[in-house]
Design a binder for this molecule. Structure first.
Ligand code: FPP
Length: 240
């Protein structure tokens, strides 16, 4: 099983503002870079790539900006099926699909279904995603799955992990954030307990394949202890 990398693609707005352009132009450029990084990660045989596209908090932005990002998502989902087929990329979703515009929710469900059998890298689009929201939905799903008389089920780590949006996907090994901010912004809260973080000062639209390679190289030099005293190999951690 290959590495799981998560990316907080930050800095589109700043990139545009620095050039006297509308924020939306930054998102357009951000989509181009996202496509390029998906291809690079797939060529590097990364197992899973989670992209933070739109958070549960991003609804606070102007209607224009939200509409534009949703438009880019729609364009990406519609135009990139051939690319996914050629590269065996499976697309998945994390977040609350039920609170997205119905047409986008349908496009996402369609692409997830149409790429389900592809066995290469999995790209997880975190869209209307919030880490706290995911944990709350996981607990509610666990409770909903039990009969009234069993309502006193014990909520433990295994139960929550088993009801997350994509319970079969391993926790991220590395989380990359661009544009220099030092916070998680509600990204993969449960899953990132032992993830390594890599912060890049570059804004997302300035990112390239070389930056991804550098982040991975930096990650590979680190010693992961998972709370223990000694370095643990990924093999041992995943009990393979
Ligand atoms: C953060 O920059 C970026 C976003 C909230 C949107 C990310 C969306 C894309 C890259 C396009 C869609 C991609 C796919 C894969 C469908 P910001 O606006 O917060 O930048 P700022 O912090 O400089 O204002």
């Amino acid at each position: 099983m290959g590495l799981h990398i998560g990316i907080i693609m930050d800095g589109n707005g700043r990139w545009a503002q620095a050039r006297g352009l509308a924020r939306t132009q930054g998102h357009r450029e951000g989509l181009k870079v996202a496509k390029q990084i998906v291809k690079a990660a797939s060529d590097m045989k990364i197992g899973f790539l989670t992209l933070y596209v739109f958070s549960t908090e991003n609804w606070k932005r102007t209607a224009d900006e939200i509409g534009f990002i949703m438009g880019l998502v729609r364009q990406y989902l519609k135009s990139d099926f051939n690319f996914c087929r050629e590269n065996h990329i499976r697309v998945r979703h994390a977040g609350d699909l039920s609170r997205l515009p119905p047409d986008i929710a349908k496009d996402i469900a369609d692409v997830c279904r149409d790429t389900e059998s592809f066995t290469g890298m999995q790209v997880i689009l975190a869209l209307n995603y919030g880490g706290r929201d995911e944990i709350v939905r996981a607990v509610n799903r666990a409770l909903a799955g039990t009969s009234a008389k069993e309502k006193e089920i014990e909520i433990n780590e295994t139960v929550i992990a088993g009801h997350l949006d994509n319970p079969d996907i391993p926790d991220p090994d590395l989380i990359i954030r661009t544009a220099g901010e030092l916070r998680t912004s509600n990204f993969l809260l449960w899953e990132s307990a032992y993830s390594e973080y890599y912060i890049s000062k570059k804004l997302w639209p300035d990112w390239s394949d070389a930056d991804l390679a550098e982040a991975i190289e930096n990650f590979q030099k680190r010693e992961r202890r998972y709370g223990g005293a000694y370095a643990v190999s990924d093999r041992e951690y995943h009990h393979e």
